[in-house]
Design a protein around this ligand. Structure first.
Ligand code: TYM
Length: 329
């Protein structure tokens, strides 16, 4: 049986990118694998949440995990900071992670550009903490979206390096879910790039019908095709990509044809897309509201998950310490 590990940073509500890039694949995996799904609250510290926000965001993501169908009886659902063994493995892996390779990661370079006043060491070693999350359970598979591809490559590299350094075959090399296939990239509504939390271009699972309509109707398009069969521009391709996630095939075919024949009306297309997202979101949103208010249940799930995750993590850490050469007198 494969071990699967994945997590989401607790920096706010989950959006459709998180759902279709990661959660949907978690759901497919939890029946047949040994799954660990966690809330990455240590990772969220790179953006300095207030103490209240730190806890509330963890609570939000936990409720959203459960509302989408993650099952605490089938999977180990836990909060990263409840499993301190992860931080020790992070320290140990940091000894074999080099400045050059960390500085070269795309996400780090992006942060240096976008937040030059806060280039903290946590950002630099972000992929090492992520590798620790994955390796602490000796994961074989990691369901993530396209944006995490490079971080996952780093985790494989650190696993390989550890095995070579100590001449052991200890850590499996963690592969993305659906290894070999293209990873999912959910586009945002602003015409370019991926859907994200910071970009403010996303639709959240908690968005109500009115909010979804407003966001989708404002989505960037182009001035319309002027020649038959012209290639799709990026903003229109993005709307179609979103449709592919939530709409019927006939709907997608219909608007693709209309574009080709230069008869497309973006207003109609957006209205349809908004309706389909609303239909998709509604039952999840209702569940989120219901579960969020049940603090006792959330506490029980987190406690149960932490116990299971700690069991696996402490076993790995004990073995890793032994391999490295830590011994008791
Ligand atoms: P985060 O919190 O940015 O995103 C969580 C998950 O959602 C996916 N995702 C997307 N997928 C497709 N299209 C999008 N527009 C999109 N936006 C987000 C991400 O690929 C991710 O799977 N470093 C991670 C959290 C993490 C982690 C881990 C993941 C920490 N430790 C260990 C896996 C294993 C992150 O910041 O994801």
């Amino acid at each position: 049986m494969d071990t699967v590990v994945s997590g989401i940073r607790s920096t706010g509500n989950l959006h459709l990118g998180n759902y279709f890039g990661a959660v949907k694949n978690f759901l497919k995996m939890q029946d047949k694998n040994n799954c660990y799904f966690f809330i990455a609250d240590y990772h969220s510290l790179t953006t300095y949440p207030t103490p209240e926000d730190l806890h509330n965001n963890v609570k939000t993501v936990l409720a959203e995990y459960l509302a989408t169908g993650l099952d605490p009886e089938k999977s180990t659902i836990f909060v990263q900071s409840d499993v301190r063994e992860i931080t020790e493995l992070y320290l140990l892996l940091n000894m074999n992670a080099y400045l050059g390779e960390l500085e070269r990661t795309t996400s780090f370079k992006d942060k240096v550009r976008t937040q030059p006043k806060n280039v903290n060491a946590g950002l630099l070693t972000y992929p090492v903490l992520m590798a620790a999350d994955i390796l602490i359970h000796k994961a074989h598979k990691v369901p993530v979206g396209k944006d995490q591809e490079q971080n996952l490559e780093m985790a494989r590299k650190f696993a390989r390096r550890f095995n070579q350094m100590y001449k052991v075959d200890y850590f499996p090399e963690p592969k993305p879910y659906n290894f070999g296939a293209e990873l999912v990239k959910v586009p945002g509504l602003d015409g370019a790039g991926k859907m994200g939390k910071t970009a403010g271009n996303g639709i959240y699972l908690t968005d109500d019908a009115k909010t979804i309509r407003k966001k989708v109707m404002k989505a960037v398009t182009d001035s319309g095709p002027t020649e038959m069969n012209s290639p799709l521009t990026e903003p229109v391709q993005n709307l179609l990509s979103l449709m592919k996630l939530v709409s019927e095939k006939e709907t997608i075919d219909f608007f693709t044809e209309k574009y080709k024949s230069c008869e497309i009306r973006y207003g109609d297309m957006k209205k349809q897309l908004a309706d389909d997202i609303i239909k998709f979101n509604a039952p999840i949103r209702e569940k989120i509201i219901e579960i969020s208010s049940d603090t006792d249940y959330l506490r029980k799930v987190a406690k149960f998950g932490a116990e299971k995750a700690k069991e696996s993590a402490s076993k790995t850490l004990k073995e890793v310490r032994g391999i490295i050469g830590f011994k008791q007198f």
